[in-house]
Design a protein around this ligand. Structure first.
Ligand code: SAH
Length: 481
């Protein structure tokens, strides 16, 4: 069946032509550099002035199509192990091999030397670039998604927007611009922003982006470690854990967050399932290698399903716990969650990989200096909601964005750009997000919604009603099938 003409596209077209403000990038001397660029392409300035165009990354789409925020993590000195590798070598020699999950956690979020702890590498000058960094349209359409869900759910008097792993803060910044432009709609709604971020460096970058640096440590309320007010007057709070975010009607957002959480890896052998572990390589000094556990481990017992057919499986229990929490919170307090990431529906096997300077990187080399990631298993996320919420998707990024009205938004921005370079950048960034060979097919959208959201109002009183389910923006086609 053909999709309904999307009313969400009209929102997209109606947005003003405002663009992002530039974020001064921090350099080694700690002083903002006003000449540094954000590394995003295809955006327009508030005045409509063209930005100097920037080259788009050309990394293969199946890879983490991305590029580095704030300060860059420690670089490897040839022949010398990094501080984190030295720490891991000592630990492995003392206590034996560790799970891939433990290794990944250390590499990404070790409190002193983890890749994200030290600032990560999101952006043109870093290791990977994400969709919100590529085009302002991406965040705008997500902002519209939340507004349309808020309307569909009867315009509650207040909502919290909770973003998990906000990176440089670009996505929330674009969403806040949409909220500001649709301020007349939201005028009676009490909106607050809640960011879950473990990296102190990245939370500084986010604070600069969203508040212009006007933040304060939050000593009175222990759950949030920092608070501030957005450039548009909305309160913002920072937390280390989703559990610290206060309860209440909330819209959750996780863009390229779940892929950064630690995975366990398992291999089927003749003797049954074994866990893949990380150990010191006895043949090459200061190198690591993968080994198999000699027998089953608690993880092989708990995480492999009896009906599993694959020979190699990755499981991310932390993602399961977080999804379970989101589902409980949505069931109890209302709201919705939007997850966007590359992933699969329980079909892929070995997806653990590393990125440095936009190129694939050996996951076991120089931990702490490269991004490590694994595809999100949406079938596992769905299972972990335990039926507390309805789930929609995964749907391909290009389908979701099309349903959200990306074509109309692009046309509006093209019509308002006055030079060929800006127009070319807009078209290139559109292509990066939508082309099936780039980010269009491998990135997916997935949503958690309260069950009652998908029931037509008539059905509550008349279960026989044949009326269609009211559309959920972006997922229209799924509901119409
Ligand atoms: N959403 C952003 C950034 C993605 S990178 C974007 O799309 O551009 C992953 C983000 O998750 C970073 O901000 C990183 O610091 C954060 N992160 C990684 N592990 C985390 C954890 N366990 N808890 C909270 N944040 C985490």
């Amino acid at each position: 069946m053909a999709p309904l003409p999307s009313r969400f596209s009209l929102f997209a077209a109606a947005l003003a032509v405002a663009g992002r403000r530039r974020l001064p990038c921090h350099h080694g001397n700690g002083r903002p550099n006003p000449h540094a660029s954000l590394g995003a392409a295809g955006r327009q300035s508030p005045s409509g002035d063209p930005r100097p165009p920037l080259p788009l990354p050309t990394a293969p789409a199946a890879a983490r199509t991305c590029s580095g925020a704030g300060g860059r993590a420690e670089t490897e000195r040839p022949g010398e192990p990094t501080a984190l590798l030295r720490h891991l070598l000592l630990k492995l020699r003392a206590t034996g091999p560790v799970t891939v999950a433990e290794y990944m956690r250390e590499a990404l979020t070790n409190p002193g030397q983890g890749y994200y702890t030290r600032g990560g590498g999101i952006g043109e000058s870093g290791d990977f670039v994400t969709s919100p960094e590529i085009s302002q349209i991406f965040g705008e359409l997500i902002g519209i998604w939340y507004i349309s869900e808020w309307i569909a759910m009867g315009k509650p008097k207040a909502f919290q927007l909770v973003e998990l792993g906000p990176g440089r803060g670009t996505l929330t910044d674009d969403i806040l611009r949409v909220f500001h432009q649709l301020a007349s709609l939201l005028s009676k709604c009490d909106v607050s922003i809640h960011l879950v971020e473990v990296s102190p460096k990245l939370s500084e970058t986010q604070a600069l982006m969203l508040t212009g640096g006007k933040v304060q440590p939050n000593s009175e309320d222990k759950s949030a470690y920092m608070k501030g007010v957005s450039k548009t007057g909305i309160p913002i709070f920072w937390y280390r854990d989703i559990q610290d975010v206060p309860p209440g009607y909330s819209f959750y957002l996780a863009h390229e967050f779940f892929d950064a959480l630690p995975i366990h890896k398992f291999q089927r052998t003749e003797k049954g399932w074994r866990e893949v572990l990380v150990d010191v390589d006895p043949e090459v000094p200061d190198h690591l290698r993968f080994v198999l556990s000699p027998s089953s481990t608690p993880a092989t017992e708990n995480f492999i399903q009896p009906e599993e057919r694959r020979d190699h499986v990755e499981v991310c229990p932390e993602a399961g716990v977080i999804i379970q929490r989101l589902a409980c919170r949505i069931e109890k307090d209302g709201g919705a969650a939007l997850v966007a990431d590359y992933g699969h529906d329980g079909t892929k096997t070995d997806t653990f990989r590393g990125f440095r300077n936009h190129k694939p990187h050996d996951v076991l080399r120089a931990p702490g200096t490269a991004d490590l990631t694994a595809d999100v298993d949406y079938s596992y996320l769905r299972k972990m909601t335990q039926g507390r919420t309805a789930t929609l998707g995964p749907i391909k990024q290009r389908e979701f964005l099309k349903n959200m009205g990306i074509d109309l938004r692009l046309q509006v921005l093209l019509q308002n750009s006055h030079d060929t370079q800006t127009r070319e950048q807009l078209l290139q960034s559109y292509d990066m997000l939508m082309n099936p060979e780039k980010m269009g097919d491998c990135f997916n959208f997935f949503a958690l919604l309260p069950h009652q959201r998908l029931l037509h109002p008539d059905k509550k009183h008349n279960p026989e009603s044949k009326s269609p389910v009211p559309p959920v923006a972006g997922f229209d086609e799924l509901l119409l099938k």
